[in-house]
Design a protein around this ligand. Structure first.
Ligand code: GLU
Length: 470
């Protein structure tokens, strides 16, 4: 049988890292098994579901590269199907109309609480013979078995055994005619031929109830894997207060999707001590049984480390396409100037994020209009005028504009003036970049081009002259 998994988010907010990890595990299982992956939007809660959230989820999935083979399906488009099955269950005496008033249910609840019992529906209408007017509002409840237990082997949590007497008769259709979440999920997973349900552990209490519904419908029961929570580095449930939670915020903060995927796969799943996984390796090695049962703590330093790893090791052209996004985001026009792939090569060692990379390389695409004050004070002094002027002359005469030839000219100027490299290199760096820190200056100059380099040295020389007069 073809393995089929799904990701079934409720569109009530953005795609958060917990959801993304669940989606990734589900997707990896499908890919590992050469199966199929379905995307289903669980929008039955029409009050809280928004188009904006749907778009954000689709955007997050696409950015991560978690492609789906079917869908997105929308539960709101399937109400007829759910309702037809609910009617069938009623006709088969596997579900029933319940007319209990809010007051009765509230009273029951209070009584049970006072007696120290778990609040649950008492089955009042289950076997009632009372007659009701067709117009009288009612809900439909599922007839949960009264005896026995539901047993299933969760891929993460092991064997789970819940006595049916713990479960009450669940509402499967509300008074307003809307089918409820637990029912829709079962029908969808059945209709979509889902073989493995991978979802958050917050749903584990729903699973025994859902298994009973599968049985009532005569549907095959899928396998389950309930994935634990993600905690912040302080041990509390991951929330906004820990920084980024939305997947797209990670893009905005300068992470590569590959780094986030690698980070998420390791957060709660392991394969020996291996930390770095290409997508291909993840697919080849992933197994649901390798998912850890304990909650995992988010560690931003590790994510930063992985991000830099990918900045350094992915093909520069590929990283460049992500860097382009950040250039635009920061209002830097990179259509003129060095190729972004060469920026990646020059900066990957110095940056942990693409956001930093764009910030730090901004000067290569914009005019230098001034110099960092502290750097200028230290390095653009009258003594720097001579070495700068000599480097300028040498560079102006240079035909082969490459790293090595440029470095040779800088060395030659230092030798000629009997100066240490710093006395030439630092003024040159401040002149060309506007600041006291940059990657190797010959590399920067190579990227910047002759015209810009000479113009910037001239600006620095003018600055020194002006300063000397002041
Ligand atoms: N829609 C549910 C949620 O977003 C997931 C349900 C499921 O995976 O079965 O939490």
């Amino acid at each position: 049988m073809t393995v089929k998994t799904r990701f079934a988010p409720s569109p009530t907010g953005f795609l958060h890292v917990g959801g993304a990890r669940t989606a990734l595990y589900s997707w990896l299982h499908a890919r590992h098994q050469q199966g199929e992956f379905v995307l289903r939007i669980e929008d039955t809660d029409v009050e809280r579901s928004t188009q904006e959230a749907i778009d954000a989820i689709l955007e997050g999935m696409s950015w991560l590269g978690l492609n789906w083979d079917e869908g997105p399906y929308y539960q709101t488009q399937r109400f007829d199907r759910y309702n037809a099955l609910i009617d069938k269950l009623v006709a088969e005496d596997k579900a029933y109309k319940c007319y209990c008033s809010r007051e009765r249910l509230d009273g029951l609840r209070e009584q049970q609480m006072a007696a120290g019992e778990k609040p649950r529906y008492d089955g009042h209408c289950r076997d009632s013979n009372a007659t009701h007017d067709a117009s009288e509002p009612c809900v439909i409840r599922f007839k949960n078995p009264l005896t026995g237990s539901v047993v299933f082997d969760d891929h993460v949590r092991g064997r789970i055994d819940i006595a049916n007497r713990e479960l009450d008769d669940l509402i499967i259709r509300r008074t307003d005619g809307a089918p409820t979440y637990n029912f829709c999920v079962v029908v969808d997973d059945w209709d979509m031929e889902i073989t493995h349900v991978v979802r958050g552990e917050d749903h584990i209490n729903n699973t025994p109830r859902q298994i009973n519904i599968y049985h009532a419908l005569g549907a095959p029961v899928p396998e389950f894997a309930h994935v634990s929570m993600i905690l912040g580095d302080d041990g509390a449930k991951l929330s906004k207060r820990h920084g980024a939670v939305s997947v797209m915020q990670y893009r905005d903060d300068g992470y590569l999707p590959q780094a986030l995927l690698n980070y998420l796969v390791r957060l709660g799943w392991s394969h020996g001590d291996q930390e770095i996984f290409t997508l291909e390796e993840m697919i080849n090695l992933f197994s649901l049984d390798g998912i850890s049962k304990s909650a995992s703590a988010f560690n931003t330093d590790k994510l930063l480390w992985l991000n830099q790893h990918y900045l350094k090791t992915l093909p520069a052209e590929e990283v460049a396409s992500h860097l382009q996004w950040h250039m635009t985001d920061q209002g830097i026009d990179s259509s003129q100037g060095p190729a972004l792939a060469s920026i990646v090569t020059l900066y990957a060692d110095r940056c942990h994020t693409l956001k930093e990379m764009a910030e730090q390389s901004r000067y290569l695409f914009t005019e230098v209009t001034g110099f960092d004050e502290a750097a200028a004070k230290k390095h653009l002094r009258p003594v720097a005028a001579e070495p700068l002027a000599l480097v300028r002359t040498k560079l102006a005469a240079l035909n082969d504009w490459d790293d090595t030839s440029i470095q040779e000219q800088i060395n030659a100027a230092a030798t000629e003036l009997e100066l240490g490299m710093g006395k030439v290199g630092m003024p040159l760096r401040v002149a060309v970049t506007g600041a006291g820190q940059s990657p190797a200056i010959n590399g920067v100059i190579a990227l910047l081009g002759k015209e810009q380099t000479l113009a910037r040295i001239d600006l620095a020389l003018a600055f020194i002259a002006e300063r000397a007069q002041a």
